[in-house]
Write a protein that binds this ligand. Structure first.
Ligand code: FEO
Length: 404
């Protein structure tokens, strides 16, 4: 059986959804699943844009067979060969042995590295500005290195102004029938997962995303077909604006993320107390997370969303609590910048986490402000420290309200 949808009259979504995979890239939880998108264009020549993860290959092959209706597949255009998209390339070659591959030099090199058996078919190497005519549709190729691997390119169908955007503009969450972003309440139901996808998968490469957006701005794009998540055919400015902000590391919202590491609930209480104090001061966009039971991918996503981050951590083995340290390392790896931090430390006999966190923020990360007035707790938030927490709440509230 098949499960396809029309994107336009002659372009078909032939991908599929995966609700079985627990961890994307074996690291990021995807409780609402993920889609692997592939698109088949029926013109004088037939062309498939990317393949899919092996987990849904059977469905994918049936979809293609249905759309082709007995015609041969002329081209397989590989915008991104990472195995969540490239895993079925060999299967396509086996089924359609006359197919010609179209991709970049680097992509072919990587396909060989992964051991993909591609040498039995013709390989057309394209670079920036090259075009391929399918008949009615002319396809132009644009390189977008590091979005999200170095070999990546996008394809642009000039006739209908369709951008096949590879990983760019993708999202976690399985489509479950709803192919277009305008068929869901994206802002309410999808944005958080789109942000978590972008920030954790591509977040490190903001400069490259900015270069890609610059190239995209020269094209009159009407439809965006990403490799994960919904197709965009309306309100493209919405998602372009989000990508612009995320890739410039600018917060989407004025607000405070309080991430705490607590062993017996005392640092947690200080975090909760600070949240209340901020709300009393009129700053209500406050979000509290326990780093021990929140996967770091969610913390990263929230860090990209909000303007201020409070790190509240116990001292552990005279260092930063390991899970908090992991969050810091991930922020560094993903290039988090342009944020204002505040610090609360706790330690029963030798509080050290505050010094170490501030040292990390100062030396390992870029364009970070740390508010003065760190709160140091000796085991618990006792009355004598209340004033310190009040002062910190004042400083954070003033800073949040001071943002243009
Ligand atoms: Fe969805 Fe970079 O692969």
């Amino acid at each position: 059986m098949y499960c396809v949808r029309n994107v336009t009259e002659d372009l078909f979504w032939v991908g599929g959804n995966d609700h079985r995979l627990e961890l994307f890239e074996n690291i990021h939880p995807i409780p609402r699943g993920v889609s692997y998108n592939s698109y088949l264009m029926m013109d004088e020549k037939t062309a498939l844009f990317d393949t899919v993860d092996w987990s849904i290959a059977r469905q994918f092959l049936e979809n293609i067979e249905q759309v082709l209706q007995g015609r041969d597949l002329d081209y397989l255009i590989i915008n991104h060969m990472e195995p969540d998209h490239g895993a079925s390339i060999e299967e396509i070659i086996l089924r359609y042995p006359n197919v010609k591959l179209v991709s970049t030099e680097k992509a072919y090199m990587m396909m060989h590295q992964f051991g993909f058996d591609i040498d039995r078919v013709e390989q057309i190497e394209v670079k920036e500005g090259d075009t391929l005519s399918l008949g009615k549709h002319n396809i132009a190729f644009v390189e977008i290195p590091m979005v999200h691997w170095p070999e990546a390119m996008v394809s642009y169908a000039l006739t209908d102004n369709i951008l096949f955007s590879a990983d760019a503009f993708g999202s976690f969450i399985a489509l479950d029938g709803k192919l277009f972003a305008d068929e869901v309440d994206f802002d309410r139901d999808w944005l958080d997962e789109a942000r978590r996808y972008f920030t954790n998968i591509v977040g490190k490469y903001g400069t490259f995303v900015q270069m890609a957006l610059k190239k995209a701005s020269t094209l009159p794009i009407e439809i965006i077909c990403p490799l994960h998540g919904p197709v965009w055919r309306k309100d493209l400015g919405y998602i372009l604006d989000k990508y612009d902000k995320w890739s410039r590391y600018e917060p989407e919202e004025k607000g405070v993320l309080i991430a705490y590491a607590s062993m017996y609930g005392n640092t947690e209480f200080a975090a909760q107390s600070l949240a209340s104090k901020l709300c009393e001061r009129g700053v209500t966009n406050v979000h509290v997370y326990d780093v021990s039971n929140t996967h770091v991918s969610y913390l990263i996503s929230e860090t990209f969303r909000l303007s201020h981050v409070v790190l509240a951590s116990v001292t552990y083995n005279l260092g930063i609590y390991p899970v908090m340290h992991n969050y810091l390392m991930d922020m560094k790896a993903l290039n988090v910048q342009n944020r204002t931090f505040a610090v609360i430390e706790n330690g029963t006999w030798a509080p050290k986490s505050g010094d170490l966190i501030e040292e990390f923020l100062d030396e390992e990360m870029k364009f970070i402000d740390v508010l003065s007035g760190r709160v140091t707790l000796a085991s618990a938030l006792n009355e004598d420290k209340e004033i310190d927490l009040d002062n910190l709440a004042d400083a954070i509230a003033d800073s949040v309200k001071g943002i243009e």
